[in-house]
Design a protein around this ligand. Structure first.
Ligand SMILES: NC(=O)C1=CN([C@@H]2O[C@H](COP(=O)(O)OP(=O)(O)OC[C@H]3O[C@@H](n4cnc5c(N)ncnc54)[C@H](OP(=O)(O)O)[C@@H]3O)[C@@H](O)[C@H]2O)C=CC1
Ligand SMILES: CC(=O)C(=O)O
Ligand SMILES: [Mg+2]
Length: 615
């Protein structure tokens, strides 16, 4: 039975009200149906078509078949959809069935991208409720493949592309972004995308994926998030020659012009969105990452995820490992393969943690040995630089490029790889770790999967199940001697969403290292004895949303204690305050409650048995 809707009244939601669907629509306009013929894309259309169709086309408004009969009629979309009404739960079931049908992960990625473009709430609900199964698709490893194939799979724009040619006009480009209330930006210049090197503008997949996790793992509202690529060219010859490449076809700009471009970008962000806008630097090459962090950290609300987020997640894993090995941080010898943003960030934060345990900085640094592409960081080495933070870890030791030899000699209890060198932890190296330690700690943090320094299978098998293992990209469970181990994912995804939530809700201007140590502790506290017994040093991925809220609460407590919060008065109930600001991915009414609408005649259907997505 159809309800009777007064034809003289159709309801129009203003753009302002759509931008914040968690609020009730603010502006309601009555339009007389009979005298309102107007032009739309050059055609004379009825106002119902003009005004209502947006509800199907705009991913933020679209609810698919969940529009009630009353909504369909009042919005003028009645007849534009089949007769069936479907709840969001029924739509989710269709999504799960659909995604299972794809064999290739890249096709699953494309399905999710299309869903994101079509129905934002459904996309985020699907992602939030299936983190374990879908994080490897929207994030590492599949996002790496999506970046490599970016030119081929590019369909619709998502995010903002600012090129070096926009210098002098970056603010104008930012003004083209259609959202007025951006609070968080993830920005890359595409020079070091995961462990895949320089992908130029094709690196856009990374800020898009990271910000999808801002919403799915921390409930930060999607319209408050802005992914940005700074396209300064690429030095990858194959991309410059690739007819499908969508970025600037020129070598990377460097030096003063690059720096001026970055400075203008930072200033333009503040001018457009305010001083408190969080700017997360992601996948910049090493020669820029540290430099830019140092330059901007005390002037903007910013952090570098590859340095600080990675440090925080690795230290968190080591905090949990400490409960198994019984050793203080300073009682370990650590050996790093790689001395870039990730490894140096981890080493620096660990030194801070050791100092808090009572070591001096020198004692703490003496426990840490590092290898880069030119071998051991050694004072007398002729090849390779010892610039920046590398010099803190350089040793009075004969230069060597023999990593296995060094491992045999110094007998580290903790081995960490972030070198983007797949298979660099050879079976001999893993065996040596097993021979010298009852519970060797082995972290193969490089992404995507093919770049991991070793697989979970190799680590557990060669150490007869004794190692404490984590990897940057996910590995399936491994069974050794009848015991099954679920490898932990030592990925900064445990950290950056919660840190962002804490920073945004407290309004702190600058993000200190203490914030990252707090995040490490919070993640480690969520590792139960039961998880440790199964070899897990991180909570399961689907617990990250709760962990993010806890991180945010810790940051708020810290911010009020240190008097660096800018949101006053201090909320009485911090958890409630945080949760009240989070995104709600359930559908909401598309119409204001002008009068009591008659009930929609939902058709009775056989209840579906929910499909379980395999991780
Ligand atoms: N799990 C996680 O959450 C994260 C993982 N990562 C991963 O870590 C990896 C490195 O990232 P990042 O540190 O930012 O990158 P960088 O480019 O800053 O550092 C890479 C480091 O590895 C060294 N290196 C390269 N090849 C070798 C080799 N054959 N032997 C020894 N050392 C080598 C480089 O040496 P040199 O200094 O001489 O160039 C450099 O020190 C990437 O794969 C990335 O995906 C990064 C961030 C987070
Ligand atoms: C995870 C991440 O940030 C990286 O691999 O770069
Ligand atoms: Mg990164």
């Amino acid at each position: 039975m159809f309800a009777l809707i007064p034809r003289s009244l159709i309801v129009r939601l203003s753009r302002a009200s759509r931008n914040n669907l968690n609020q009730k629509p603010l502006i309601i306009e009555s339009v007389n149906f009979l005298d309102s013929k107007r032009e739309y894309h050059g055609d004379i259309l009825s106002p119902s078509q003009v005004l209502g169709i947006d509800h199907l086309r705009d991913p933020r408004l679209n609810k698919g078949l969940a529009f009630t009969l009353e909504e369909r009629q009042a919005l003028g979309i009645h007849g534009l959809q089949p007769a069936r009404f479907k709840t969001q739960e029924e739509q989710l079931e269709l999504c799960r069935i659909s995604i299972q049908r794809y064999q290739e992960d890249l096709n699953k990625y494309l399905y999710l991208t299309e869903l994101h473009d079509r129905n934002e709430k459904l996309f985020f609900r699907l992602l939030t409720e299936n983190i374990e199964a879908l994080m490897p698709i929207v994030y590492t490893p599949t996002v790496g493949l999506a970046c490599q194939k970016f030119g081929l799979i590019y369909r619709r724009p998502r995010g903002l592309f600012i090129t070096i040619n926009d210098i002098g006009h970056i603010f104008d480009v930012l003004k083209n972004w259609p959202e007025a209330n951006v609070k968080a930006i993830v920005v890359t210049d595409g020079e070091r995308i995961l462990g895949l090197g320089d992908l130029g503008a094709s690196g856009m997949g990374i800020p898009v994926g990271k910000l999808a996790l801002y919403t799915a793992l921390a409930g930060i509202k999607p319209h408050e998030c802005l992914p940005i690529v700074l396209d300064v060219g690429t030095n990858r010859q194959s991309l410059l020659e690739d007819p499908l490449y969508v970025g600037l076809r020129q070598k990377r700009v460097t030096g003063k012009l690059y720096d001026d471009f970055l400075d203008e970008f930072m200033e333009a962000v503040v001018q457009r969105y305010g001083q408190n806008t969080l700017i997360q630097f992601e996948d910049f090459a090493n020669h820029n990452a540290f430099r830019l962090l140092k330059k901007y950290r005390d002037h903007y609300c910013t952090f570098n995820d590859d340095i600080q987020g990675t440090a925080s997640v690795a230290v968190s894993g080591l905090m949990a490992s400490r409960r198994i090995t019984g050793k203080k941080f300073s009682e370990n010898t650590l050996c790093f393969l790689g001395a870039g943003g990730a490894c140096l960030g981890i080493a620096d934060l660990l030194v801070r943690a050791m100092v808090l345990e009572g070591s001096t900085i020198e004692e703490a640094r003496s426990k840490i040995w590092m290898f880069d592409i030119d071998g051991l960081l050694a004072n007398d080495r002729k090849e390779g630089n010892l610039e920046g933070h590398k010099k803190y870890y350089s040793k009075d030791h004969a230069p060597t490029k023999d990593f296995l030899g060094l491992v045999n000699e110094i007998k580290p209890s903790i081995l960490i790889g972030a070198s983007a060198t797949g298979g660099a932890f050879t079976p001999e190296i893993i065996r040596s770790m097993g021979e010298h330690n009852e519970r060797p700690v082995i972290f193969a943090l490089s992404n995507p999967t093919a770049n991991a320094e070793c697989t979970a299978e190799q680590a557990y098998t060669i150490t007869e199940g004794r190692c404490i293992f984590a990897s940057g990209s996910p590995f399936p469970p491994v069974t050794v001697g009848g015991k099954t181990f679920k490898p932990g994912q030592g990925n900064n995804a445990y950290i950056f969403p919660g840190v962002a939530l804490g920073v945004l809700t407290s309004g702190i201007h600058h993000i200190s290292e203490d914030v990252f140590l707090l995040a490490s502790e919070t993640v480690a506290e969520n590792v139960t004895e039961d998880y440790l017994a199964k070899g897990r040093i991180y909570p399961p991925l689907n617990e990250i949303p709760e962990v993010s809220v806890q991180i945010a609460i810790k940051i708020l407590e810290y911010a009020y204690k240190e008097r660096i919060a800018t949101v006053y008065p201090k909320p009485k109930d911090l958890r409630r305050y945080v949760e009240d600001q989070q995104y709600n991915c359930s559908y909401e009414p598309s119409l204001p409650n002008l009068w009591a609408w008659p009930k929609t005649p939902y058709m009775k259907t056989k209840p579906l048995e929910p499909t379980k997505l395999k991780a």
